[in-house]
Design a protein around this ligand. Structure first.
Ligand SMILES: Cc1cc2nc3c(=O)[nH]c(=O)nc-3n(C[C@H](O)[C@H](O)[C@H](O)COP(=O)(O)O)c2cc1C
Length: 328
């Protein structure tokens, strides 16, 4: 089993979850500056797409910078041959690891037999892991999944995944059918850890779901026995999430808006001519949440067409606030 960088990390390992449409290289660079987790993941990228003529369009999803290391590329699909070829590409691009998505409930993904649909097809997943490893060379290959498809079958499912000997299994503690509608079931993650121990496997088990602070991540890791914790939505509007010394509650309106403007600037510089600036707008709400006149501020930010306009709006807003106002 190739553990690569995973074998060198102190536990509990902190990980930024793959969030499609959110955790692109720009977002990850901002996170790396203000509170870097131990590991970062890309958004998921289609293996079939990477092996098609549309490949060029998908490549920006695989852009990354040195500050993001260790960086894992997440891929999805259902054909072992495109996993093999995509793994070769990812290795060639210099990533530190490759992750296979087997948890996405999106209909367009499942229709291809990919994402969460793979939970119903353990044999195919084993073949996919094997082919991904073959293409990955020395890179560690991991799997991200859920507790089951329509019911919680985590013990059987982890047992099956372990047969393909991945370096890590990250588990979003809900079934596919539960989507994100019920609280994450962290007790089930202890069952996954016990199966791993029973099999005497060195595969790491990572827990995921509803973690709202670094403190609770550490507590959940202690209680459940997982080796690491992966955080998704908790990061929204809080680039300091993984920074043990700096909490969001300590951040002034000023500091938060400075990061927002920096994020917009980096987005503009990185994606000019390649991605529409309008994509940046979805981040505004979480950055300004809780600020005085947040709604008015957000509405004016929504009209910005580039980073200069974002800066102007932020400056105007700050000049309207009392100079001593440091409230969140
Ligand atoms: C907007 C959004 C996009 C997501 N994209 C991906 C993805 O590309 N790959 C993946 O494995 N999971 C994806 N997920 C699932 C998350 O990685 C994570 O498993 C889930 O949000 C639960 O963790 P949380 O409660 O910490 O957010 C996505 C979730 C959200 C909300």
């Amino acid at each position: 089993m190739k553990m690569g960088f995973w074998g060198t990390l102190k536990k509990p390992i902190s990980i930024l979850a793959p969030l499609s449409g959110v955790t692109d290289t720009v977002f990850r660079q901002i996170i790396a500056r203000y509170g870097k987790p131990d590991v970062l993941f890309t958004e998921f990228v289609s293996c079939d797409g990477l092996c098609s003529q549309g490949r060029e369009k998908l490549l920006p999803d695989l852009w990354y910078c040195e500050v993001e290391r260790p960086i894992v590329a997440q891929i999805f699909g259902s054909r072992p041959d495109t996993f093999y070829r995509s793994a070769c590409m990812v290795a060639e691009l210099g990533f530190d690891g490759i992750d296979i998505n087997t948890g996405c409930p999106d209909k367009s993904v499942e229709k291809q037999g990919a994402g969460a649909a793979l939970i119903k097809n353990p044999e195919l997943l084993c073949e996919i892991v094997r082919e991904t490893k073959r293409g990955a060379g020395d890179l560690p290959v991991s799997v991200k999944t859920r507790l089951g498809y329509d019911s919680n079958v985590i013990e059987d499912w982890v047992g099956q995944i372990l047969q393909s000997e991945p370096a890590v299994i990250s588990i979003h503690a809900r079934t596919r059918n539960e989507m994100s509608k019920v609280p994450a079931n962290w007790e089930s993650l202890t069952k996954a850890v016990n199966i791993r121990d029973r099999e005497q496997s060195s595969c790491l088990i990572v827990g995921n779901g509803d973690v709202t602070s670094l403190e609770s991540a550490h507590q959940l890791a202690r209680q459940s026995g997982v080796d690491g914790v992966m955080i998704g939505r908790g990061i929204f509007g809080n680039p300091w999430f993984f920074n043990a010394r700096t909490m969001l509650r300590d951040q002034s309106t000023d500091a938060r808006l400075k990061v927002l403007a920096e994020h917009a600037r980096l987005f503009d510089e990185t994606y000019r001519g390649c991605r529409n600036f309008a994509i940046m707008r979805k981040f505004f709400k979480s950055y300004v949440a809780g600020m005085p006149e947040a709604k008015t501020l957000r509405m004016s930010l929504m009209t910005a067409n580039d980073a200069n306009q974002v800066e102007e709006i932020v400056e105007q807003y700050l000049s309207r606030l009392e100079p001593t106002d440091n409230s969140l």
